[in-house]
Design a protein around this ligand. Structure first.
Ligand code: ZN
Length: 79
């Protein structure tokens, strides 16, 4: 077996522990952002009448259920 001192063992243990936390953190952050994108992408804010509605279709232009005007998906701001 490779001889290892206590200080090296502590350093190695801390490095592995911190790397594991960092990897978990990045993974959870990626999942959280992906979920947030999915939920905000379906919400549309109408510029004409000001109503907010949810649209799950893949079209870029979405018809407002209140006033019938077309809205862009990227027009949503202020959430
Ligand atoms: Zn509208």
């Amino acid at each position: 077996m490779i001889p290892i001192t206590l200080s090296w063992f502590v350093c190695l243990y801390l490095a592995v522990f911190l790397a594991a936390i960092l990897i978990l953190w990045i993974g959870y952050e990626i999942i959280r952002k992906r979920k947030a994108n999915e939920t905000t992408r379906n919400r549309v804010f109408c510029r004409i009448c000001g109503s907010r509605y949810t649209e799950t279709s893949t079209d870029e232009l979405l018809i407002c259920p209140s006033c019938g005007s077309l809205n862009e998906r990227s027009a949503e701001e202020g959430f």
